[in-house]
Design a protein around this ligand. Structure first.
Ligand code: ZN
Length: 410
């Protein structure tokens, strides 16, 4: 699948880059990143990109930018789940062709990503185009009795969690918590005939009225979501990756199951060195989600002529791991900050630019501490606008630092 157009990311070539440390859910601590391969779970394209998606994509865009600043070659893969139950349900509700719906929403997502100046992935991969590879990998699990077929004639295949020795290491949840999340987030704990209630679906046998693809030894059908990500990630990035990213609602079951699948397929653990999650964005005291219908769309803000750079700044105002609220006040503050930074960047001189660059690098390297990075630029902008400082190179240095590291064009 086609990715979106690249953002211009000027190399800084001055000062000292700082290596990135990031929170890892499996170790429950902030640890240095090792390597520079990243897989971020993408959208299921049945609705437009909302600010929750944007916050997640922006979080991992910072990871990408810091790695690049450190001179690392970043291998970044993102998927688009262009076949899954929610997509089919929405298409049916709106009497629309699911393929047309998926294509339209994926195109809109790409536009939103470009507007937000998010560096595109090296590979942007659809589930549908990956089906032959996924089917082949699942067949391997079936041969090894790690996958099993339901005997109810559906042709559905499940993953046997008792064959996953490390299961639970990513989320650290109790079994009861797992069961709750599993039921809430697309799992089927109540399905009769599974070896364990938590066993996740690997392959859904063909059903009347649903799209299906040839699955070779599996029979016709379509893949489950967790195995889709595991196979796409490993095919393009190898058996082990540096960072598995997504929103915090993917902590369980999605990332736990994907990791288990990936580790069964490759025999290598852990699948990812870091499992990192962006917090949820709420509106009026509630998590922004499709089921609640309280979504703020990036495309809506663009249509209202909101500067995408202000959206970036608004979502960077608090730390990526905190659940936070989208408010008019938050956007207004970001717009004011953006205007002030632009004014300061156009000044003739200011206080030491290299010191600001060092402060922004240091803040971001500490688990993406954007509030501290923004505070450093704020302090510099205030001083520059007050006429303090005689460093004539400072406005350009700060402008480039903000562009390259925070993705904000002044
Ligand atoms: Zn995923």
């Amino acid at each position: 699948m086609e990715s979106w157009s690249p953002a211009n990311v000027p190399a800084l070539k001055i000062g000292e880059p700082v290596p990135l440390s990031l929170y890892d859910a499996s170790r429950q601590s902030v640890e240095p990143t090792e390597g520079s391969s990243m897989y971020v779970c993408g959208i299921t394209p049945y609705d437009a990109t909302h600010l929750g998606h944007a916050a997640t994509m922006l979080t991992f865009d910072l990871v990408n930018r810091i790695w690049r600043d450190n001179g690392l070659y970043v291998e970044y893969v993102q998927n688009v789940t262009d076949i899954d139950d929610p997509l089919l349900e929405r298409a049916q509700r709106d009497s629309e062709d699911w393929v047309v719906l998926a294509m339209r929403e994926t195109a809109l997502f790409r536009e939103d990503m470009e507007a937000l100046r998010i560096i595109p992935p090296s590979f942007y991969v659809g589930a549908v185009e990956s089906i032959p590879t996924i089917a082949e990998q699942v067949a391997g699990l079936l041969d090894r009795d790690i996958a099993y077929r339901m005997d109810d004639g559906t042709g559905d295949l499940y993953y046997d969690l008792s064959k996953a020795p490390h299961f639970g290491y990513e989320s650290h949840l109790t079994r009861l918590e797992m069961l709750d999340f599993f039921a809430e987030r697309g799992g089927d704990p109540g399905r009769i005939g599974k070896r364990d209630e938590l066993d996740p679906l690997l392959w859904r046998g063909a059903r009347e009225g649903e799209p299906a693809w040839p699955g070779g030894a599996l029979g016709p059908g379509r893949p489950g979501w967790h195995v889709e990500c595991a196979v796409i990630a490993q095919t393009l990035l190898g058996p082990q990756i540096a960072v598995q990213g997504g929103g915090s609602d993917l902590l369980f079951p999605h990332h736990e199951m994907s990791a288990a699948h990936a580790e069964s397929l490759s025999g290598k653990a852990p699948f990812a060195r870091h499992y990192t999650h962006a917090g949820m964005i709420g509106l009026d005291g509630e998590k922004m989600s499709k089921s609640k219908g309280n979504l703020v769309f990036v495309s809506r803000l663009r249509a209202d002529h909101v500067d995408s750079m202000a959206v970036r700044l608004a979502l960077f105002a608090d730390h990526y791991r905190t659940d936070r609220e989208w408010t008019d006040e938050l956007l207004k503050t970001a717009e004011q900050r953006l205007a002030r930074w632009r004014e300061a960047a156009a000044a003739r001189s200011g206080p030491d630019g290299l010191a600001v660059l060092a402060a922004v690098r240091a803040a971001l390297s500490r688990d993406l501490d954007t509030p501290a990075a923004l505070a450093a630029v704020d302090a510099w902008a205030d001083a520059a606008l007050a006429g303090d400082g005689t460093d004539e190179s400072a406005p350009d240095i700060v402008k480039n630092a903000v562009d390259t590291l925070l993705g904000i064009e002044l």
